[in-house]
Design a protein around this ligand. Structure first.
Ligand code: SF4
Length: 398
């Protein structure tokens, strides 16, 4: 009813779920940084009366500033960084594979979706080495914010609180994994989802629709179109192909848009011509579809060099933390279209052309997949089959 949007009960429930964010914002010793995932800007407007798929990027940034964040940065920046690492990893693996190396694990499987990573850890641990070791954009952002950016500010990492705004429930779990912390201090302190941000905005009585548009802060707020399309199924692998193609062939892409990788069919495949080398790509969204691709890998019939999987329908645009879309394909289509539109509107559309990413490598990280990049931006995975079995057994016995 009417009171849902205006009465204080709603505000109070927002307060309860978002209290750690409010506490950090109220603490004068803390430097509180927001990062916003690509899919959030296509869906947040829904909670303030906008049509599905309306991009509200500028108002979202203003709202976060009004809430008191010291810096408003963009996970899209870290998506560009993920592409630098994952694209390089893909080329290294393909290079070895084409030379006949039997040890190299093919296909490379994307690892930016924690729902998918957990699925592999729990059900297909024998394929852990196929997962890219590149951390997800959320975690790369946290690692860079608390090293490079903390050093730039000249402050201890413990004074920085990284809050990520994600379309996703699984990102909370990802942020809490102990391997993503330094001496117990997590790279990402708090992960909230799109609906929780909407609640925070209402709780603070911010009139969202009246807000001016503003830009992300620099340097961790600048991104290319490749970082933007991460939010939709097929976008990660398209972004990787744009960079991997140019690094591999040393030529400029004849056409930036890989239409063959787009769409909402559950399983898609395409062959991309890397200047005479055919690279085969598989894409799945939804874990039922992913299972079909992974079974091919298991029984040795997978034709692919690389596979992108997103656990949610449509990818992150259909994430569990987004305003409800009730599975309506039309809504997902509009959200995806909004991301492709933002990509097209960018001057820079390839991750390796992001000048802030270039500066980060030149001044801090060194080479993609080099020693420093490995230390900060890569991770490892665990066999969790045993843990699940024990849990099930205990439950049955208990
Ligand atoms: Fe999270 Fe779903 Fe996106 Fe995976 S696809 S990262 S589970 S929102």
């Amino acid at each position: 009813g009417q009171c849902v949007s205006v009465c204080p009960v709603n505000a109070l429930s927002g307060r309860n779920t978002q209290q750690p964010v409010l506490d950090a914002l109220a603490d004068p010793d803390k430097i509180v940084i927001a990062q916003t995932a690509p899919a959030v800007r296509t869906a947040l407007g829904r909670d303030f009366g906008y049509e599905p798929g309306t991009l509200v990027t500028g108002k979202m940034v203003s709202a976060l500033r009004s809430l008191g964040f010291d810096y408003v940065f963009d996970t899209d920046f870290a998506a560009d960084l993920t592409i630098m690492e994952e694209g390089t990893e893909l080329l290294q693996r393909i290079g070895k594979y084409l030379k006949g190396d039997q040890e190299v694990k093919m296909p490379l499987m994307t690892s930016c979706c924690p729902g998918w990573v957990s699925f592999v850890e729990q059900h297909f641990p024998e394929l852990l080495d196929n997962l890219s070791t590149a951390k997800s954009p959320q975690q790369m952002f946290g690692a860079i914010a608390k090293s490079y950016f903390a050093e730039k500010l000249g402050v201890d990492r413990k004074r920085i609180v990284v809050v990520s705004i994600m379309p996703c429930l699984a990102k909370k779990y990802e942020a809490s994994r102990p391997e993503f912390a330094v001496d117990g201090n997590p790279d990402v302190d708090i992960s909230i989802y799109t609906r929780e941000l909407a609640r925070l905005i209402r709780y603070a009585n911010i009139n969202f629709t009246e807000l001016p548009d503003s830009d992300f802060d620099r340097p961790l707020g600048e991104s290319t179109g490749a970082g933007v399309i991460f939010g939709t199924t097929g976008g990660v692998i398209e972004a990787a192909c744009r960079t991997a193609y140019e690094l591999y062939t040393k030529k400029t892409l004849p056409k930036i848009d890989f239409e063959e990788l787009r769409g909402l069919e559950g399983i898609r495949s395409a062959t991309i011509d890397f200047d005479g080398t055919p690279i085969k790509i598989g894409i799945a969204h939804g874990l039922g579809n992913a299972r079909k691709l992974i079974e091919q890998v298991q029984n040795g019939t997978s034709p692919y060099h690389a596979i992108e999987v997103m656990a949610c329908p449509g990818g992150c645009i259909g994430g569990g933390g987004q305003p409800f879309h009730r599975g309506r394909m039309e809504v997902l289509r509009k959200r995806a279209a909004a991301l492709y539109q933002e990509d097209r509107s960018k001057t820079l559309r390839k991750s390796h052309e992001n000048p802030y990413i270039q500066a980060l490598y030149a001044n801090y990280l060194g080479e993609p997949c080099g020693p420093r990049a490995h230390e900060l931006l890569h991770t490892h995975y665990f066999d969790r089959k045993e843990a699940i079995n024990m849990f099930t057994q205990e439950n049955q016995e208990g």
